[in-house]
Design a binder for this molecule. Structure first.
Ligand code: CTP
Length: 407
């Protein structure tokens, strides 16, 4: 691939896998394109490749130790630089190849016990993780879950290849060839933009739970994936993101400030407190329209009859409040409709003083709650509706972010 990587700052993390020998070639490819390369190795990686090789190829000292070797007999000076912060800030992109199951597990859990993991925690640049291991380890449920969590956290994951493994077995888990990782990174850097740098965005996500009594609630099937993808994409594009989340098990994307709420009332309060000095407010939460009128104190007992009825009352329409009290922000609403989507969306747009509305129909294949894809139509303030093909929620988030900057 012929792209200019001249002057790009590439940080490469090497963890302890046999494929570490391929990383030497990867370093050489970046250097050939005049990128600046720094390498961090975990102590286990030293079993597979020499730091002397990586240092010679990168033209820089290889970082391994968390703490400088201080021998009081030889040195009177103590190194006080916080190298991990410096290194994390220096990089345009951080590639971890190979990334072992152990290093991945540490990243997901915020464990910072070596220079590589510490640097990941303190870095703000995009991190590309290249899981590389034997097939059994790769398909192990714990590793699969950890890789899903990596994606939720906002790491970029490059899938391993199928082929001959170090164990002699054939299967998935091979590290892609250095040229493939190089091309992926070059393409990534070409498309990566920080166009939301300096922007402040408030995003709501997930369902709300409206209590019936102390142990029961009325909720909905929203997983929060669309809103969390928006938070992830906005943060990667440089925005300062506040995410108000209803109950969900999703991980908080890197560098996002999260506020957890349960009820529509709590979401309303959190939105009011956090909507000042924002450039964009995106209401992607599936807020309940109604809540039980009276919450029963304690746990409701079964009664003798076959039926019960619960009286409901309307919740506060947070989106409407935001439209009526608009400050400096552009306001983006969501609409979930199963029929007459565009007409309803246009009505909501004008009634709630929105700048844009994202419509989806959960009945369409590839759209809806809990899944990783969506099929959206964006309706702008002038009523122009643009439909999009099915795409991942992360891609849909990026389309929404492209469009809102045209407002
Ligand atoms: N919303 C909100 N406060 C509520 C209910 C919904 O802010 N109490 C927001 C949602 O976050 C979403 C938008 O309103 O951005 C649309 O929600 P939706 O349920 O699709 O529409 P409704 O306004 O509830 O209208 P309808 O019931 O007619 O579909």
């Amino acid at each position: 691939m012929s792209v200019s990587l001249k002057g790009k700052k590439i940080l490469i993390g090497v963890s302890g896998g046999i494929a570490a020998y391929k990383t030497c070639e990867l370093v050489r490819l970046f250097k050939k394109q005049e990128a600046e390369v720094r390498v961090i190795m975990t102590p286990s990686a030293l079993n597979f490749v020499s730091p002397v090789t990586l240092s010679a190829l990168s033209g820089n000292e290889v970082l391994i130790n968390m703490f400088p070797d201080v021998d009081p007999e030889k040195s009177t000076q103590i190194e006080t630089k916080t190298w991990h912060v410096y290194t994390g800030m220096w990089a345009d992109v951080f590639i971890i190849a190979p990334a072992t199951a152990n290093t991945i597990a540490k990243l997901v859990n915020g464990i910072a016990d070596n220079f590589l993991t510490v640097t990941v925690l303190s870095s703000r640049c995009p991190v590309i993780v290249v899981p590389t291991m034997d097939e059994d380890m790769y398909i192990n449920q714990v590793t699969s879950k950890n890789i899903s969590k990596l994606k939720e956290l906002g790491f970029w994951v490059m899938n391993p290849e199928t082929g001959e493994l170090a164990s002699g077995l054939h299967g998935i888990g091979r590290m892609p060839e250095p040229e493939t990782i190089f091309d992926y990174t070059a393409k990534f850097l070409e498309n990566f933009n920080r166009d939301l740098e300096g922007k402040k965005i408030l995003i709501t996500a997930g369902p709300t739970y409206e209590p019936i009594d102390d142990v029961r609630f009325i909720g909905n099937y929203s997983s929060g994936k669309m809103g969390f993808s928006l938070a992830n994409a906005s943060s990667q594009r440089g925005a300062e993101v506040t995410l108000i989340a209803g109950p969900t098990l999703l991980e908080t994307p890197r560098n996002v400030t999260r506020i957890d709420v349960q009820t529509s009332e709590e979401m309303y309060t959190a939105v009011k407190e956090n909507s000042t000095q924002k450039d964009y407010v995106i209401m992607s939460a599936a807020v309940a329209d109604y809540k039980p009128k009276n919450k029963f104190d304690g746990k409701m007992k079964k009664s003798a009859g076959d039926e019960i009825s619960i009286e409901f009352t309307k919740t506060t329409d947070i989106l409407k409040y935001l439209g009526e009290n608009k400050k400096d922000y552009k306001l983006i609403g969501f609409a979930l409709e199963t029929a007459g989507e565009i007409e309803y969306a246009k009505k909501k747009l004008s009634e709630k003083n929105l700048d844009m509305i994202v419509v989806n129909n959960p009945k369409v294949e590839g759209a809806g709650f809990g899944i990783d894809t969506n099929v959206i139509t964006i309706v702008d303030k002038n009523g122009n509706a643009t439909p999009y093909e099915k795409m991942t929620k992360f891609e849909a988030a990026n389309v929404i972010l492209d469009q809102l900057q045209r407002l």
